[in-house]
Write a protein of this length. Structure first.
Length: 207
């Protein structure tokens, strides 16, 4: 469970979906027999009305997928930027440092597939999303080569049944402090500018 104070919780599924799409490289965790199993994989979010699915694949030699045979639950964590927040940005001297960040945790069940056609569909969906220029090259590869490559992976579909979205963006601070933090983030590094963009987006969308 993700610890999420009320002022950092985001119920807007559009914001969660935007974070996932902007940061598709996820930390995928499944409880194994003895300890959690962790992999780092790009995932593709597919929305069908209120239903969310994540598509991906693992190397067949990665034992992670074997845990899904037992129908164990999994969580995919998507990171949307993080940054140190100095108390010098606050209007009061009685303040301490903190760290702002944006994350989405997607919970659900994962269904692995060893079927060639299912693998083909997942691979094409990922290629179309992340490297469309490569799609024609993939399609023109000879069938024996493609099938050989597919034997080395396990495709999977992650049926999402719960989303925890936490955008810790100084919402608990007074307006002046929030403005100072936003200005600092806008002039900062890539991660800091990402947080500034989330803050502006959430403010625009409202509660």
């Amino acid at each position: 469970m993700l610890y999420t104070p009320t002022h950092f919780a985001v119920e807007q599924r559009t914001a969660a979906a935007a974070l996932i799409r902007a940061n598709p490289f996820a930390t995928l965790i499944t409880q194994g027999a003895d300890e959690p199993i962790v992999s780092h994989v790009p995932l593709l979010l597919v929305e069908a009305g209120s239903e969310w699915r994540l598509l991906g694949h693992l190397a067949r030699t990665n034992p992670h997928w074997e845990a899904w045979r037992e129908r164990r639950r999994a969580v995919a964590i998507f990171h949307g930027g993080d940054a140190y927040i100095s108390p010098t940005l606050y209007s009061t001297r009685k303040a301490v440092p903190t760290w702002n960040y944006a994350v989405v945790h997607a919970h659900g069940m994962v269904e692995p597939s060893h079927d060639s056609e299912a693998k083909e569909q997942v691979l094409k969906a990922l290629i179309d999303q992340y490297d469309p220029d490569y799609r024609r090259q993939w399609d023109e590869l000879d069938n024996a080569y493609r099938e050989g490559m597919k034997t080395g992976i396990v495709a999977f579909t992650f049926a999402v049944d719960r989303i925890d979205a936490k955008f810790k963006l100084s919402q608990n601070r007074p307006e002046t402090d929030r403005a100072n933090v936003l200005q600092a983030m806008q002039s900062g590094n890539d991660k800091e500018r990402m947080l500034a963009a989330w803050a502006l987006q959430l403010a625009k969308q409202g509660p």
